[in-house]
Each structure stands twice: as C-alpha cells, then as structure tokens.
Design a protein around this ligand. Structure first.
Ligand code: GTR
Length: 325
C-alpha cells in the first residue's frame, strides 16, 4: 500500500513537471523609444498577441516602451548581442552597420508612402532583410513612420535659404548629417530623449521628425515652426536577435514571420490615424505649419547621393527603386 502510494506520488510530481514544461512560457523583451499607445508600440504588442495565440501561450512579448531600456543606439547593441530578443527602431541608426539600410534613408527617394510600401514589401525589401541577417538580426517587419520634416524655435522655413546657419538635431546617421550640411545648416546627432531640453535651452534650434513624434515627444512646445519639407520617408524596422530566432523550431519561425507580416497592416492603419490626430493636436497647441518651396531642397541633395551612393549594390538599388511604379 505504502509502496503504491510512493509510486503514485512520484507519478504526480512527474506529471506536474511535464505539464509545467509543456506550458512553459518564454517571455521575449522588446524595446521602443516611444510612449505606450504610439503606433509602433501597438504594432509590436499586436505581434505579441498573435504569437501568444498561435503558439498556444508558449511565447509572449513584453514591450518596454518610453526608452525604458535605453536610447536606440544602445538598444541596437542589446538586440545584436542577445541581451534583448526584440527591438523596434528607426532604419537610420543602422546606416553605419548595414549598408543596404542607407537606401531607404536617402532624401527624396520615395515619391510617396505608397511607393515606399511597394518597395519595402517587394524584392528590395527582401534584399534589405537579408542584409540585416549579416548584422545578426532577423527583420520581422518594416513599419510606417511617414515623412520627416524640419522644425525649429526661431523662424518659419519657406525655402532652402531659410535653413542657412540653423542648428538641427538629427537622428544618428551620417546620411542625415550630410543632408543638413547640404542644406546649409548644421547637424548635431543626439539621442531622441535629449532633443526637448536641447531645443529648450537653445543648444540647438530644432530637429526633424514626423507629426506623431513631434507631438508625443512634445517638441512642438519648444519649436513651433514646422516646415513640411518631407525630406525623407524613412521606415521603421522591427528586429529579432538572429541567434534567438534560429533557436525556434521551423514551425515557430514561420509563426513569428507571419505574425510580423500581419502586424504591418495593423501598424499602418494605426499610423495613418495617428498622423491626423497629431497634426490636429500640434496645430491646436499653436504650432505653425508651413509648406516650403520643395524643389530647392530636392536640388540641394545631389552631394548626399554623390557621397553615399557609390557602391554598385546601392546604385542598383536606387535605380530599381526609381523604376518601381
Ligand atoms: C522617430 C522614430 C524613432 C526615433 C526617432 C528619432 O520617428 O520612430 O524610432 O528614431 O524618430 O528621431 O530618434
């Protein structure tokens, strides 16, 4: 009897262990510089819901928004080394690491957001994804970030001449530094989280971004002149540490890739709504939006192409992108 009891007890322990292994959840951490509710944060949360559902709870995602894990340059290091499994960042901070990432950051290359979608959803997008693997990252999605424009605290910008001598914070990429120099202004790359106080204290005159960032980071409070020059339609990128991805079973890899794709549609929808909402918020708060004469900006960008598009791979990519209708 006693013996039987022991066997039964051992059996229960084994069953419990087995059940807990079967239900084991792996929580994947993901970083985002933006606050909760921002379309990129919500896109990744949606990805998390999909993988949780499709793996029957084996995988979950926890999004650390509002730069809780650090600024983009640091979190990129974290996801590349595997400290972090997932990360949603802009494409531009990769410009020095993944040469193909330069192309979507080039000024006035995409004619519209539709053009950008077509390119990033097609073979050129796939080529960029493959290039990221060389940097130890699997791209799960390219998200929308609209177009970036300059804003400053000093004066309205109606033409490229008005840019002369102004000092702008740019995202951390040489392409952006050279772009601003080509416009006759000065560029200071700095982390996103330092922009507000740097404008407020006059260390810089302004920065460049899209309406949702200008709104949610409250830059409009310190730089009210927003000039819709739309110098670049720069996509976001949602990446996973490649070693972590390679550890998944082929079935789970497929679930992750598909969930990434499915989250794109969701993020694009949220993005479009957020752009209108943010524009309204900043206008009501007193931001002065002007549309400058764009051709001057476009013409000024030739040196940026001459310097950064010399590698035959990039030259071909630029040609192919222009040919996409
Ligand atoms: C935003 C982008 C962020 C960050 C930021 C910046 O548009 O969504 O990921 O790169 O710009 O300028 O630093």
């Amino acid at each position: 009897m006693l013996h039987f009891g022991k066997v039964a007890a051992a059996f229960t322990v084994a069953a419990t262990l087995f059940a807990s292994t079967a239900l084991a959840q792996t929580v994947l951490k993901s970083s985002d510089t933006h606050p909760d509710g921002y379309p990129t944060v919500e896109g990744v949360k949606y990805f998390g819901e999909l993988i949780k559902e499709r793996t029957e709870g084996r995988y979950e995602v926890e999004v650390y928004h509002s730069a809780q894990l650090g600024e983009e340059k640091d979190t990129i290091e974290q996801v590349r080394s595997g400290v972090l499994e997932l990360n949603r960042v802009s494409m531009a901070p990769f410009n020095g690491t993944v040469k193909e990432s330069i192309v979507p950051a080039l000024p006035y290359l995409f004619r519209s957001e539709e053009h950008m979608h077509k390119v990033m959803d097609g073979p050129i997008g796939d080529q960029i994804k493959t290039a990221f693997e060389g940097a130890g990252l699997v791209v799960l999605a390219f998200y929308d970030a609209g177009s970036r424009s300059f804003y400053n605290r000093t004066k309205p910008i109606n033409s490229v001449e008005d840019m002369k001598g102004l000092k702008f914070r740019v995202i951390q990429s040489d392409i952006f530094v050279d772009m601003v120099a080509a416009l006759g202004a000065n560029a200071t790359p700095m982390p996103y989280g330092e922009v507000y106080s740097s404008i407020e204290t006059g260390v810089i005159d302004g920065a460049e971004n899209n309406f949702p960032s200008y709104d949610t980071a409250k830059h409009y409070e310190v730089a009210k002149h927003f000039s819709l020059d739309e110098h670049t339609i720069l996509p976001e990128v949602f990446v996973m540490n490649k070693a972590a991805f390679d550890q998944l079973t082929p079935e789970d890899q497929e679930i992750f890739r598909q969930a990434g794709k499915d989250s794109v549609a969701k993020q694009r929808e949220l993005w479009a709504a957020k752009v209108s909402e943010s524009r309204k918020i900043v206008e009501e708060a007193g931001a002065q939006i002007t549309t400058p004469e764009k051709q001057g900006f476009i013409d000024a960008m030739a040196p940026v192409y001459a310097k950064h598009v010399t590698d035959p791979v990039l030259v071909k990519m630029v040609e192919d992108i222009k040919a996409v209708q």
